[in-house]
Write a protein that binds this ligand. Structure first.
Ligand code: UDP
Length: 489
């Protein structure tokens, strides 16, 4: 077997900044263990609006120790705009079609140099290519053990159903390892009829997670102990054992030097935070692609202003439509004066900062001035806040975020409260004001902060030598060596 220093982990993340960022963080962890890392990306010139493209380029430029390889553009890209199917359906098809290109690339390595292929949660088709080449294939699951437990039990739940889960409304779904999940809180695509193309494609991609040699989960055992236990329970996937689960997280950026933002803007923003009192700032940000309607932005503005608290708010240009194809739109930088109530920026200028489009989030959350986080509940955001000990107010928007909200607000995890209006699609100014005051001013708020601070301590302990996440990482590396030995390396 080649010495570890000469072995390459080929990472193949799913599309999107929320997948590429944590994969880059995992790459940094593996580089420190003496492995080489090549990250394979698919170019999407036909998806011009991908606001993540610019971010991805910055991530690439800022990580010279990782070799990035961009596969050639698809010769017959799907007509996203003209199709009746959601873009994500085509994305999954595309990932599948790319197996040929990926295989060609993997064959360019001497086989003994290939340590493993690590796929994203939706790019699991790649495991077929790895199997053909006799290379171990693992999934990096960039969400929590709770969602993974649900995913593992989903095929059994959907088997034989004549109707989509949508008909169940808010009725609770029971899964091992997580609190009851209202059916309406499942990933939107999974609510459709199980035979419907989008639902089918998503279930198929997720089902393949269990077919890989193991799953690296971005969580730590004590944060989600019930879900982790469920994943090891034979009842979780009847008739078929889950592969080994390695809870190696939190794998999140340490906030320095931030890699996704022009340095001058980063400095300006962090200098502003430096000038604020400790734990005084409410930070609001809705992930790498969350947007809110203009009317909702105005409600937030009114609520923040009335709360009297300091804030740092990332504002994006509203998508203008609810259509899933909104992600295809090219959105300009927001015109803050036009979007926010007249005079808001001047009136709150002394205590609030509105930043257009993007903030160096990991650094913001770790900054001592940050006191609370209004979040869309993307899993990276959740972990970044937990790792920084910052309590959250949940405002889920898309993907598995509503499910994450259920986990985060459940007492088992207990790191957040919810903005209740999200369910009806509108959070009023009164609720913004009331919840901000509650988390920042009240005794309950102090208790919530103390709970998240304890979670932060747990996270740090998990990452220390002898901690559960360090041990899981060591187990993963040993298991890959064993597997490579069996595969005849
Ligand atoms: N992010 C950031 N600045 C922003 C918005 C997002 O640095 O203004 C980062 C955030 O720190 C996280 C990732 O982008 O690492 C978003 O991932 P998440 O899972 O939270 O949400 P997604 O974008 O996938 O919905």
């Amino acid at each position: 077997m080649a010495p570890r220093r000469q072995q390459t982990v080929v990472m193949y993340p799913s599309f999107g900044v929320g997948h590429i960022i944590p994969m880059t963080e995992l790459a940094r962890v593996l580089l420190r263990r003496g492995l080489d890392v090549t990250m394979v990306l698919i170019e999407r010139p036909f998806w011009p609006s991908d606001s993540g493209a610019a971010t991805t380029r910055r991530v690439m430029a800022a990580n010279p120790a990782i070799t990035f390889h961009v596969l050639p553009p698809d010769p017959s890209p799907p007509d996203f705009a003209g199709s009746t199917k959601p873009p994500f359906f085509h994305t999954l098809q595309l990932l599948r079609r790319y197996n040929g290109e990926l295989g060609r690339f993997l064959r360019s390595f001497p086989r003994r140099r290939l340590h493993s292929v690590v796929t994203g949660m939706f790019s699991t088709y790649a495991a077929e290519v790895a199997a053909e080449l006799g290379v171990p294939a693992y999934t990096f699951f960039a969400s929590g053990a709770g969602f993974l437990a649900v995913v593992a039990q989903l095929p059994a739940l959907l088997a034989g159903r004549q109707e989509g889960l949508k008909v169940l409304g808010d009725a609770p779904l029971e899964f091992l390892g997580v609190p009851p999940i209202p059916a309406s809180h499942m990933v939107k695509e999974l609510l459709e009829h199980p035979e419907e193309d989008m639902c089918n494609a998503m279930v198929d991609a997720l089902k393949r997670v269990a077919d890989t040699d193991g799953v690296l989960v971005n969580t730590f055992e004590s944060l989600e102990s019930r879900a982790v236990q469920a994943l090891r329970d034979p009842r979780c996937v009847p008739g078929k054992a889950m592969p080994p689960i390695y809870c190696i997280g939190p794998v999140v950026g340490d906030g320095s030097p931030h890699r996704e933002m022009p340095p001058e803007r980063r400095h300006e923003l962090l200098a502003w935070l430096d000038a604020q009192p400790e734990r005084s700032v409410v930070y609001l940000c809705f992930g790498s692609r969350g947007t809110l309607p203009a009317e909702q932005l105005r409600e937030i503005a009114v609520g923040l202003e009335r709360s009297g608290h300091r804030f740092l708010w990332v504002v994006r240009t509203p998508a203008g439509t609810d259509d899933p194809k909104k992600f295809l739109e090219q959105r300009p930088e927001p015109d803050l004066e036009a979007l926010l109530p007249a005079g808001f920026l001047e009136r709150t200028g002394g205590r609030g900062l509105v930043v257009p489009s993007w903030a160096p989030q990991a650094a913001v959350l770790r900054h001592l001035s940050t006191g609370a986080f209004v979040t869309h509940c993307g899993w990276n955001s959740v972990l970044e806040a937990v790792a920084a000990g910052v309590p959250m107010l949940c405002w889920p928007l898309y993907s598995e975020q509503m499910l994450n909200k259920v986990l985060m607000t459940d007492l088992d995890m207990g790191v957040a409260w919810e903005m209740e209006g999200y369910a009806a699609g509108r959070v009023g100014a009164e609720e913004v004001e009331a919840k901000v005051r509650l988390v920042m001013d009240s005794e309950e708020g102090r208790e919530l902060r103390a709970r998240v601070a304890a979670r932060r301590e747990d996270a740090m302990a998990a990452l220390e030598d002898g901690g559960t996440s360090q041990e899981a990482l060591a187990r993963f590396l040993a298991d890959v060596d064993k597997l490579r030995g069996q595969l005849g390396d």
